[in-house]
Design a protein around this ligand. Structure first.
Ligand code: 4AD
Ligand code: MG
Length: 442
């Protein structure tokens, strides 16, 4: 049952005049008792197939004419160029329905169903997410997503980084207790990991340059356009490097991802209405660095109520990044705004040597990273000042006790990057089955 012909190739003209066997799903169907026009869909596109009773015979004609939307079919025929939509159509000589759709239960995602669902459209589509995946918009998004993942892996592998896996069940927080997911664990408590980082630091003396792309979990109670409870996290860690080196990797990675998308997914970005000039600007420009204090002054200058010492939430980042033409790094956050693992700046320990990368167009944070506190004395001080128990972090402190070295890394929210680069309105558009505080189904 292997497949040899793809609709994308038919549309590109490479099978003009040739006999093809197309396998796919009925996207639309209309016609009369004598002739049917079936728009067939596969993962590479849609093409109109013309089925004539006098050519295919009564029995095949009846079967194909009765194939409802999303029935799977195999159609054989000859490709001919036309003036109609897509420029090519297939004159069908024979065909077969493989997986029918019953008239008792037609495919639920139709334009009229969406109109009826009205304001509930989003919930309706989320309830039917498993079927919504087949629509053109999701196919396009998922292809863009695949290229983003591919670009991340090739960026790190080309630089001889080793891909490394950390556990997902952990005993302590990385990014603060308020978003920890607690799981019962054989009479004890465990948590779903918020980040690969701490276990990556343990392997830093072994591998020196390491990365992962893996899910992270955060019990985010509020539903926003940039938070998921399960998101995909691209993280890296390097030995013998500080905030600057880590930022340079973050910048190079994001530029690479934007460049790869233009190379591989220009058609998909165009389909989504994305401005390609913006994406190429993100691929080609340098990303400026700005200190946290400067950002606070800018925000205060705009009349935004924000106090020194606060981490910047989305409402602030949105305002700040609205007029950015490229992503900007914000560096040197106040020590009190960031978790214990960030290294205090030796020049002014009120600040830590960290960075967030903020995407323009109001998107906000896509990367968080920095230099790690790497001496035993300093890490104990930071853990104690946060009021965190030391016990779950003994393994982490040991990394400092046995040959600690300067090191650092970052985490990039892959779904956020997909959302920003594709121009999506909401992060859930970019992931097949989005998880938030209200939804774990389907
Ligand atoms: O800034 P965060 O919390 O940093 C860390 O987790 C570090 N331990 C990473 C490291 O240094 N290895 O998260 C990193 C990025 C954010 O910038 C954001 O893009 C993404 O992860 N992120 C989320 N994406 C979607 N939904 C959420 N709930 C997210 N929380 C963080
Ligand atoms: Mg952050």
């Amino acid at each position: 049952m292997a497949k040899s012909y793809w609709i994308g190739d038919v549309l590109s003209g490479s099978h003009d005049g040739a006999e093809v066997e197309l396998k796919g799903w009925v996207h639309r169907s209309r016609g009369s008792n004598k002739i049917r026009f079936v728009v067939l869909r596969d993962s590479t596109g849609t093409v109109q197939c013309v089925i004539k009773r006098e050519t295919v015979g009564d029995s095949v004609f009846e079967d194909l004419a009765g194939a409802l939307i999303e029935s799977s079919v195999v159609l054989k025929g000859t490709v001919s160029p036309t003036d109609r939509e897509h420029g090519h159509e297939v004159q069908v000589s024979s065909g077969e329905v493989i997986g029918p759709v019953s008239p008792d239960r037609p495919f639920p995602i139709t334009e009229s169903a969406m109109a009826e669902a009205d304001g509930g459209e989003t919930e309706f589509l989320l309830d039917n997410r498993h079927l919504y995946l087949r629509t053109g918009r999701m196919t396009t998004m998922l292809k863009i997503r695949s290229s983003v993942f591919g670009a991340i892996h090739s960026y790190f592998r080309d630089l001889d980084f080793v891909e490394y896996q950390a556990p997902n069940f952990v005993a302590g927080a990385v990014e603060g207790g308020s978003t920890l997911f607690e799981v019962p664990y054989f009479g004890r408590k465990a948590y779903l990991t918020q980040s690969w980082q701490l276990y990556a630091e343990a392997a830093m003396p072994s591998l020196e340059r390491l990365y992962t792309v893996a899910p992270s979990f955060r019990a985010e109670k509020s539903r926003t356009r940039r938070h998921l409870t399960e998101f995909w996290h691209a993280e890296m860690e390097i030995a013998w490097g500080g905030n600057e080196e880590v930022m340079n990797h973050g910048e190079a990675l994001v530029r690479n991802v934007a460049g790869k998308l233009l190379e591989e997914r220009e058609a998909e970005l165009t389909d989504l209405g994305r401005d390609l000039d913006l994406v190429s600007r993100y691929a080609d420009s340098k990303y400026p660095r700005m200190r946290y204090d400067e950002a606070i002054e800018t925000l205060q200058g705009l009349g935004i109520a924000v106090e020194w010492g606060q981490d910047l939430d989305y409402s602030k980042e949105k305002v700040l990044t609205q007029d950015f033409d490229v992503p900007h790094f914000l560096t040197h956050y106040p020590r009190i705004a960031k978790p214990f693992y960030h290294r205090p700046d030796p020049d002014d320990p009120k600040y830590v040597l960290c960075h967030d990368l903020l995407a323009p167009e109001g998107y906000g944070e896509i990367i968080g990273g920095g230099e790690r506190t790497w001496s035993e004395k300093e890490i104990l001080e930071r853990i104690d000042e946060e009021g965190t128990p030391r016990e779950p972090y003994e393994f982490y402190i040991d990394v400092r006790r046995y040959g600690g070295v300067p090191h650092g890394g970052f985490g990039m929210g892959v779904d956020r990057v997909c959302s920003w680069l594709s121009g999506a309105d909401h992060i859930r558009e970019t992931i097949p089955f989005p998880r938030d505080s209200r939804r774990v189904t389907p």
